[in-house]
Design a protein around this ligand. Structure first.
Ligand SMILES: Cc1cc2nc3c(=O)[nH]c(=O)nc-3n(C[C@H](O)[C@H](O)[C@H](O)COP(=O)(O)O)c2cc1C
Length: 327
């Protein structure tokens, strides 16, 4: 099963969702290693890019091994989004540029960005027309179903963006007001798949390989995007590939999970350095530890650690401790 975004061939149409605070370079590399077909940067403010803010630009760099990769931008102004898209094309050359119409965070929506744009389909159209006009790279959109139950707009927005030249749409079928509550309504994904000729990527509430199969079957979507489950278990991509018989994969022991965590720590040191890498790792480690005996105690200790080397040593000590205890 393959799909295309513009001319970019996607061999495994299983996407790692863009996630602010998580989908940095070390994590993308880890997910790629487990078989993620496509990865994205964290969403990036168009204005930060235009102003060439150092910290912002650093989050946009990636290595060739990460391809196909999308850089995701957000903002509320068509000109700024178009200028930032052109800057990205000229300076980073990702495989595609994704525009965020899905972020529900008040920090973004209060300024009219993210999913607040869904309130105005005309504005959506204008943004896409401008961006598509200035870049040659394929432009994609990631969106929610609407602002709230009284303004469900995914059908209109999907049609408008296809007409304006977008090359793929990802739908997380919840409203902004829902945030992450309730269930993602996969019927919305099935509906736009029927409606559009461009590829549709379904997103929302994938917990395991079986859910990926179900989403393909129930919605007919072209690709499936995984968010929170990949934070808990970046090996979910391998689980899926193994379920297709494309590889052998079984994660059975605690030692194997600890080895993956150590690998993640190594990548963080390599790409971000010891200090920044340590900071970037902390939220991930908390997720990895969920369900482990003594997790809350570990969490408290980890919150005091400053850099990646300290986190690596901590894990080694925990691993030794658990091994001795189980003997
Ligand atoms: C911590 C976190 C950060 C997120 N950041 C972004 C982001 O930067 N851009 C975006 O389009 N969506 C973002 N999302 C939404 C996810 O991409 C995805 O749509 C959502 O989590 C639903 O998928 P899931 O049920 O597989 O988690 C974020 C979600 C989480 C949990």
């Amino acid at each position: 099963m393959t799909m295309k975004i513009g001319n970019i061939e996607i061999k495994t149409p299983i996407f790692l969702a863009p996630m602010s605070g998580y989908t940095n370079q070390p994590f993308r590399r880890l997910c790629k290693q487990f078989g993620a077909g496509v990865v994205y940067t964290e969403f990036t403010n168009a204005i930060g890019i235009i102003r060439e803010n150092d910290k912002t630009l650093r989050t946009l760099s990636f290595t060739e091994e990460e391809r196909p990769i999308g850089i995701q931008i957000f903002g509320n102004d068509a000109d700024n989004l178009a200028r930032s898209a052109l800057y990205i094309q000229e300076n980073f050359s990702p495989d595609f540029i994704d525009i965020n119409f899905g972020c529900p965070s008040p920090k973004v929506t209060k300024k009219g960005g993210g999913s607040a744009i869904l309130k105005d389909v005309n504005k959506v159209r204008k943004i896409i027309e401008k961006v598509v006009h200035v870049v040659d790279l394929p432009v994609t959109v990631k969106m929610r179903s609407g602002w709230d139950h009284d303004s469900i707009v995914y059908r209109d927005v999907a049609m408008a963006v296809e007409f304006a030249g977008v090359r793929a749409v990802t739908l997380h079928p919840r409203t902004t007001k829902q945030m992450f509550k309730g269930k993602a309504n996969w019927d919305h994904i099935a509906e736009i798949k029927e409606q559009l000729s461009i590829p549709v990527i379904g997103n929302g509430d994938i917990h395991c390989a079986d859910d990926i199969h179900k989403m393909f079957e129930q919605t007919g979507c072209d690709g499936v995007m995984i968010g929170r489950a990949a934070i808990r278990k970046p090996w979910i991509f391998s689980e899926y590939l193994a379920s297709l018989g494309k590889m052998e994969w079984k994660l059975s022991t605690r030692e194997e999970i600890f080895a993956i965590i150590q690998q993640h720590i190594e990548y963080a040191k390599e790409h971000l350095g010891d200090r920044v890498g340590g900071r970037a790792l902390r939220p991930h480690i908390i997720h990895y530890l969920k369900g482990f005996p003594g997790a809350s105690d570990f969490r408290r200790k980890i919150s005091k650690l400053q850099n990646a080397s300290e986190i690596a040593k901590f894990f080694q000590d925990v691993s030794n401790f658990l091994e001795n205890r189980d003997k």
